[in-house]
Design a protein around this ligand. Structure first.
Ligand code: UD1
Ligand code: UDP
Length: 381
């Protein structure tokens, strides 16, 4: 029997961080040829992850353009994927999460009648436009996929409610697998500021904000609140690695620039980011990935959104929805800075999103699907 050809497709930073440990796990299996096709929906931010994890793609669509539209990403991905699939001849295509690369990769697999495995399946807000376009991307991929790798039992329940019957596995989130390889006590940052920050004496707030549905007024409200937080609490050092989207760059510079305790810095390599998160006081973010990583590292998270498809950490008490209005964000952040008891209640390490063995389970499930191994036991959080 020949090797099973499994092609992982990804294009943005978070997909890359979460797929990197899986690409490696698959490569370590004798029965599998692990292939990697990147769309490069992100260029610099993707390359940084590939470098950290030592992955060389077999195919690179190189589609990114400045200020790209959703239609442009989709059409460039679809066109580019034809040649990748015809040349690499996968038996299975794995896509991750909810980006436009995810949707286009799955659609292209369908056009070529190649089976699809969806990693990080079953997340939902049930609000078509929030997050936008991610909620629709993941629903569309659900319709196409053959295998569903759900991080949590809650995600599996979402799929069952929608009538998905076969091919569901609860695996944990592969981001916890990635964290296991990046965080260490002895870590030395290459970004010098991060070595100099007084983590013990001051309160280092780690911020990220980039979502499309937050462009405009919500992002302005968020950033105004963050500036007030820094101004009113002299013990705060705010570190914000700013996403390369020009919209985000411009808004961050306008609302947060020029303050001595607000550090607007370039996007960090994944290992730098994870180690900064492990050392900071708390996290304020609209990112999906950070909502999963911070609880595992025992850091409270204020979610800068109206809803979340990741309710597990909110239920566990380590994350709270802060919304996108200035006063609410300011008040919630100030409370966690000043009120020790409120902070302590949220600063517990919990791992609702995985035990670090998600990739092992996914590889086992892939082999099982093709009749080459036993079905893996589900992750129980
Ligand atoms: C994308 C995903 C979003 C995910 C986010 C992670 C879509 C529609 N959105 O949003 O789900 O949360 O990635 O970060 O799939 N840019 C660069 N260099 C880079 C990356 C981006 O210059 O390495 C700039 C480009 O001008 C690009 C713009 O950022 O056009 C926006 O990138 P895009 O992938 O379209 O959207 P994101 O907001 O990054
Ligand atoms: N991240 C990173 N450098 C940064 C900001 C984020 O490596 O400067 C990592 C972060 O730790 C997480 C992932 O990127 O693993 C999240 O990506 P992002 O916030 O861009 O997208 P989302 O998760 O919201 O889709």
């Amino acid at each position: 029997m020949g090797k099973l050809r499994v092609m992982s497709v990804f294009g943005t930073r978070p997909e890359a961080i979460k797929m990197a440990p899986l690409v490696k796990e698959l490569a370590g299996r004798e029965e599998i040829a692990s292939l990697c096709c990147v769309t490069a929906q992100h260029r610099e931010m993707l390359d940084s992850v590939l470098q950290v994890f030592g992955i060389t793609p077999d195919w690179d669509l190189n589609i990114m353009t400045p200020r790209q539209t959703l239609s442009a990403i989709t059409s460039r991905c679809l066109t580019g994927m034809d040649a990748a699939i015809e040349s690499l001849r996968p038996d299975l295509i794995l896509v991750h999460g909810d980006t436009t690369t995810t949707f286009s990769g799955a659609l292209s697999a369908f056009y070529h009648k190649v089976a699809v495995g969806h990693v990080e399946a079953g997340l939902r807000t049930y609000d078509k436009y929030s997050p936008y376009p991610e909620e629709m991307n993941r629903k569309l991929v659900t319709a196409i996929a053959d295998l569903y790798f759900c991080p949590t039992e809650n995600n599996r329940q979402n799929l069952l409610k929608e009538g998905v019957r076969d091919g569901i596995f609860v695996t944990g989130n592969t981001v916890i697998d990635a964290l296991k390889t990046t965080v260490s006590k002895e870590y030395h940052f290459t970004t010098d500021l991060l070595n100099r920050l007084p983590y013990g004496e001051k309160k280092v707030l780690l911020v990220t904000c980039h979502r499309r549905e937050n462009y405009g007024r919500p992002m302005e409200q968020i950033m105004t609140a963050l500036r007030r937080v820094a101004e009113d609490h002299p013990e705060v050092e705010l570190v914000y690695p700013v996403h390369l989207s020009p919209v985000v760059q411009e808004t961050a510079a306008r609302y947060l620039g020029g303050h001595p305790r607000i550090h607007l810095i370039a996007p960090l390599a994944a290992d730098e980011m994870h180690n900064l998160m492990a050392r900071c006081y708390m996290v304020l973010t609209d990112s999906g990935g950070l909502q999963e990583e911070a609880p595992a590292l025992g850091k409270p998270v204020l979610v800068l959104r109206r809803e979340t498809e990741r309710p597990e950490a909110v239920a566990a008490g380590t994350a709270a929805l802060a919304g996108v209005e200035e006063d609410a964000i300011y008040n919630m952040a100030s409370r966690l800075i000043r009120d020790r008891a409120a902070y302590a209640a949220m600063a517990q390490a919990v791992n609702p999103y995985g035990d670090g063995n998600a990739c092992h389970r996914i590889a086992d499930a892939v082999l099982w699907h093709f009749g080459r191994g036993d079905r893996p036991a589900d992750f129980r959080g």
